[in-house]
Design a protein around this ligand. Structure first.
Ligand code: BG6
Length: 491
């Protein structure tokens, strides 16, 4: 069993806590993964008692518990819940927190501080915790969990990191990228390194290009306060999509321990060819959704979303072309793409192979030989598919694409949310699925030139109709005319 701890959630009434953290804790409770004395403390501005917070948690869980709320699990979870009322910037609130954490004899000595708040508060909260000695590890451990984006750009990430490190050691800091907690994303590693078959093909000699795309049908929901000014490049590409790229492109690590794994990921990020300012438009594309239709219903444009500035040029769609300058990948384009209010919600890694070297079928009825694809669908359902060419039955020499589907297609979506796995890892002290600062730093270096140029071009942004796959102009990133986006397994 894990060690018991006091888990403090800053931002306990926010979106992330409601949608992800509390349901994850509930499911960990249901699975018997929380040690008996573990406590969960909400920290927030509301003037709530423990009872108010328990009622609020129950409301949040009512719609989100898998298979419905189990009263017995809820009762066990509620017994762990306490609330500390206070403002994030108010030192006295941290005195109250310390008293709560030290006062009760049953309170565990190990602590997790989960910062589910705006990134601009991370530095200050770390300092206020330290001022109360809550970073101290002489009696039990103390861990700080920070969400992405870590910083706003390279420079601010560096400043933030130095600020955190003044109070917390690297072994205490857990930088979350929840994509690494998805079992389907972890499966990329298993797929690559538990199978020998593809390894000889996994390089520039056989692969034409790689696409990593994440589409969402939903808009920004009530997150304008966070999203406006952040945009798709920082929100998705700098973190989740670049992480997926590292898993696809990395060399086999000497072992699966946290440092070995992260060393290899950093090598990939360091090898990404820097994008010079004058080449930004050839490598990156951004756009914003306007009003449109999704599943027959009219949906508003980004500028009409509550809380968005009326002339905001924040991108809700971003695409990026990268090259990895190493022996395995030199000159193979990696196309990354993400968008909100697209036609469907789907995440896919699509690998297109080159054409065979000899055009043996040139003088037959085969007009154009389709390339092979390997498709790793990440969500909503996990699936692996290989597209190969076979001869059509009949007298003529014609081909058709045959699909080899891995049986995982039938498994449906994963039953375990990434946050369950990640919270457990924090409690167990396993850093493998968390970002080391150098990863964050190199990821910022990749996107920084693009963000810098875009920041100077705030007067105009292309738009796309909500409910479509984004603007056709994004195709200008492709190296050749025969390359095109794969929107899902079938398209
Ligand atoms: C978050 C982003 O990190 O990831 C959101 O801030 C995005 O904008 C979300 O919607 C996507 O995560 P998932 O797990 O729903 O694919």
């Amino acid at each position: 069993m894990n060690e018991p701890c006091a888990l403090v959630i800053f931002g306990s009434t926010g979106n992330l806590a409601r949608n992800k953290l509390l349901p994850a804790l509930y499911h960990l409770e249901a699975a018997g993964q929380l040690a008996g004395p573990t406590r969960i403390l909400g920290f927030g501005r509301r003037n709530w008692s423990d009872g108010d917070w328990q009622a609020e948690v129950e409301r949040a869980l009512a719609e989100r518990a898998r298979g419905g709320l189990d009263p017995e699990v809820l009762r066990r979870l509620a017994a762990r819940l306490q609330f500390v009322s206070g403002d994030l910037t108010e030192p006295e609130a941290f005195v109250r927190l310390r008293e709560r954490l030290r006062g009760d004899g049953g309170m565990p000595v190990n602590r997790v501080f989960y910062l589910a708040v705006a990134p601009s508060h991370y530095g200050e909260v770390a300092e206020l915790l330290a001022a109360e000695g809550l970073n101290d590890q002489s009696d039990g451990w103390s861990r700080l969990v920070v969400e992405k984006p870590f910083g706003f750009d390279l420079e601010s990430a560096q400043i933030l990191d130095e600020r955190l490190h003044r109070r917390f050691g690297e072994d205490q800091i857990y930088r979350i990228d929840h994509y690494l907690g998805k079992s389907t994303v972890q499966n990329v590693l298993v797929f690559r390194f538990a199978n020998l078959m593809l390894e000889p093909l996994w390089n520039r000699n056989y692969i034409d290009h790689v696409q990593i795309s994440h589409g969402e049908a939903r808009g920004i929901e009530e997150r304008a306060g966070f999203y406006d000014g952040v945009g798709a490049m920082r929100d998705m590409i700098q973190s989740h999509l670049l992480q997926m790229l590292t898993l696809v492109a990395m060399e086999p690590p000497p072992s699966l321990d946290a440092e070995a794994l992260r060393d290899e990921k950093v090598k990939v990020l360091r090898s990404i060819r820097p994008i010079p300012r004058q080449a930004v438009h050839a490598h990156a594309f951004r756009a914003q959704y306007r009003a449109g239709e999704l599943k027959g219903a009219k949906v508003p444009g980004y500028l009409e979303e509550p809380g968005v500035g009326h002339n905001s040029a924040t991108e809700t769609y971003a695409a990026l072309k990268l090259y990895i300058d190493n022996w395995r990948w030199r000159n193979v384009p990696f196309y990354l793409r993400t968008g909100k209010r697209l036609a469907a919600t789907n995440s896919l890694i699509a690998i297109r192979f080159k054409h065979p070297p000899q055009q043996l079928f040139r003088h037959t009825a085969i007009e154009q030989l389709e390339p092979n694809w390997l498709l790793l669908n990440i969500q909503p359902n996990e699936c692996m598919r290989v597209e190969i060419q076979v001869k059509q039955p009949g007298l003529q020499m014609r081909t058709q694409t045959e699909r080899l589907d891995a049986s995982t297609c039938t498994l449906g979506s994963s039953q375990i949310d990434a946050y369950e796995a990640l919270i457990l890892d924090v409690i167990e002290g396993d850093h493998s699925l968390f970002l080391r600062y150098d990863e964050v730093n190199w990821a910022w270096r990749v996107v920084d030139p693009v963000l810098k140029l875009w920041a100077t071009e705030r007067d105009f942004i292309q738009t796309y109709s909500a409910g479509t796959w984004g603007p056709g102009e994004a195709n200008r990133l492709f190296d050749r005319d025969d390359q095109d986006w794969r929107n899902g397994l079938d398209g």
